[in-house]
Design a protein around this ligand. Structure first.
Ligand code: CTP
Ligand code: MG
Length: 196
């Protein structure tokens, strides 16, 4: 893959595509979540819950699987044709390297793991479940997705993310927007308690 010569708009498309499993994972978790709190209701010595009722096994498992399925859909022939249509570029190989399912897993599990780490931190700051923590809420998930890929799939990640400044810029620019739009939709259709 070579993103260096792409226009900024096309880089936005590709990056959203590649990171799709990470972006969708938390939304699926909202739908499947709510059952079996991961911290089993336990508190730490500060008197606050370890993670809180917003982090459940049903969300973690559902969100991870949802992200993997979404990745498989994005990687299917017809979707690839759609992307080629959007960008006017041709993609002979999978955008996720030679082990796409592993990458989907890292992206979607990473997203939920990042979200969980943020909840752990928020509880230590005496913030109750659902309370807002602007920057953290926006970037926690994508940061951990990328970190897991950096550790476990470095070769794949380095084939595209450091092709000039555009890929990383796209992530930093698009993530808060996508996060916000998705959460407002979730709030409006009644599956999410807060619009953030
Ligand atoms: N959810 C879940 N398990 C997860 C992640 C999310 O069950 N691992 C579900 C919960 O029902 C949660 C909802 O998705 O309430 C929204 O997720 P999020 O905004 O991350 O959780 P909050 O309720 O805001 O809790 P926190 O303050 O810990 O972020
Ligand atoms: Mg929240």
């Amino acid at each position: 893959m070579n993103l260096e010569d792409l226009s900024l708009l096309n880089t936005f498309f590709i990056v959203m595509w590649i990171m799709g499993p990470a972006y969708i994972a938390n939304s699926v978790a909202v739908l499947t979540g709510g059952y079996f709190p991961i911290d089993q209701g336990k508190t730490l010595s500060d008197g606050n819950r370890i993670l809180g009722d917003g982090k459940t096994w049903s969300g973690l498992v559902g969100g991870t699987l949802g992200g993997i399925v979404f990745g498989l859909i994005l990687d299917a022939g017809d979707s690839r044709m759609a992307l080629e249509h959007f960008t006017g570029e041709e993609y002979e190989e999978s955008l996720w390297g030679n082990n796409p399912v592993l990458v989907f897993t890292l992206l979607s599990f990473g997203a939920l793991f990042g979200d969980m780490s943020a909840s752990f931190y928020k509880r230590r700051q005496n913030l109750k479940r659902g309370e807002k923590f602007a920057l953290l809420d926006m970037y926690d998930f994508i940061f951990m997705s990328l970190l897991l890929c950096l550790i476990i799939q470095f070769t794949w990640l380095s084939t595209w993310i450091i092709d000039g400044w555009k890929p990383l810029f796209s992530i930093i620019f698009l993530t808060p927007i996508l996060h916000r739009v998705v959460n407002i939709i979730g709030y409006k259709i009644g599956v999410k308690n807060e619009p953030w």
